[in-house]
Design a binder for this molecule. Structure first.
Ligand SMILES: Cc1ncc(COP(=O)(O)O)c(C=O)c1O
Length: 355
């Protein structure tokens, strides 16, 4: 048995992988592969429709919002957001909580007036900044809900009248969100939603007030909305797998049920980290991520030995991001509680043999 702790592309439910493999061979009894049918075929149009409607029902999204599947990864949204939402003469506020937030800031500055109103860089991104003022004149406030690399997560979003734009790449569908607090949410699929290759965007239609023609066609959200996510050829396979993952989520009780499972997994892992004398986690307690748990051995000379032990027990993908070192366990929706139990047993045994 393998337990996949990679940060992304990441674990998907096994039944989703099986159904995807079967659709690659014969899609819906058409005798053709999913990879070779037209995106305009009635079979694929119904996949796209179902994917969008599952997103809407799982997150309680009303008709004020559009849901679209795009290509280009979450990183393309670092540009599309300011291009579409930020008007000349206005400013946008960004909070810098780590690598991905910094990249969003860097790209935002290419297109407009961006102000970094808070940052946790002073303490190596080990916490979520909370004490900051948000000037009501900002056009939007950009946040990154979960910091995949460092392992911090907003448990509450700032209360403000400024519309919030949020990169939820690594925790979307892991917990309930009040959609009405956001003007735009984006998420690369490859953590909680599907394989790499598609990005989900949820946008309040009334926020898209730039005149059409002032934005290059592929970068204009309106074109993708009007084209029902088929303005150009969509990433058919990633959208199909995402649709299956959303079906799996509904079948398993939806967002509230998955949040309970996610809480149980992260509590188990953090409890072991706090108990075990060999390891530590340097993230501020109230900001600890339920999706990406980063930790270190006090004795870094044992790093490789520990990784080998993990691998022997079937636990794969635990090396920390190359910029941070140590270890990182990504415990997205599809990770079972059993996987986390196996990992905590390895940690206990490691303490017995090396403590
Ligand atoms: C929070 C966050 N934002 C953005 C990205 C970049 O996503 P992509 O590789 O799809 O561009 C990642 C990738 O891991 C991420 O974790």
């Amino acid at each position: 048995m393998k337990y996949n702790f990679y940060a992304g592309p990441a674990i998907l439910p096994h039944e989703v992988i099986e159904a995807s493999a079967s659709a690659v061979l014969d899609f819906e009894g058409t005798g053709l592969s999913l990879l070779e049918i037209s995106h305009r075929s009635k079979e694929f149009v119904s996949v796209m429709d179902e994917a969008i409607s599952l997103v809407k029902s799982l997150l309680n999204i009303n008709d004020d919002y559009a849901v679209i599947f795009l290509g280009g990864g979450a990183s393309t949204q670092f540009s599309m957001v300011p291009i579409n939402l930020l008007h000349a003469g206005r400013k946008a506020a960004y909070v810098d909580t780590g690598t991905w937030a910094s990249k969003a800031i860097k790209d935002g500055k290419v297109y407009g007036d961006i102000e970094v109103i808070a940052s946790s860089k002073d303490k190596n991104y080990s916490y979520i900044p909370k004490e900051f003022q948000i000037n009501p004149d900002f056009q939007y406030l950009h946040l990154t809900s979960n910091n995949t690399i460092y392992g911090t997560q907003y448990k509450e979003f700032p209360v403000t009248d400024v519309p919030i734009v949020c990169d939820m790449s690594s925790d979307i569908f892991s917990r309930p969100i009040d959609i009405n607090r956001f003007d735009l949410i984006y998420a690369g699929a490859q953590k909680n939603l599907g394989p790499a290759g598609t990005t989900l965007v949820i946008v309040k239609k009334s926020a898209l007030t730039k005149s059409s023609g002032s934005i290059g066609a592929m970068l204009d959200y309106n074109n993708h909305i009007n084209g029902a996510s088929m303005y150009n050829t969509p990433p058919v396979f990633p959208v199909f797998v995402s649709m299956l993952t959303l079906r799996w989520l509904v079948k398993n009780g939806g967002i509230e049920a998955i949040q309970r499972k996610n809480d149980a997994k992260s509590s188990l892992l953090y409890a072991e980290l706090d108990r075990n004398s060999l390891f530590y986690n340097s993230i501020s307690r109230e900001d600890r991520s339920d999706m990406n748990v980063s930790f270190h051995l006090y004795n870094t000379e044992l790093d490789d030995v520990f990784l080998t032990r993990c691998k022997e027990a079937g636990c794969i993908g635990l090396a920390g991001h190359r910029s941070v070192g140590g270890f990182r366990t990504s415990i997205y929706n599809a990770m079972s509680i059993e996987g986390v139990q196996v990992l905590t047993e390895v940690m206990k045994d490691f303490e017995d043999s090396h403590g």
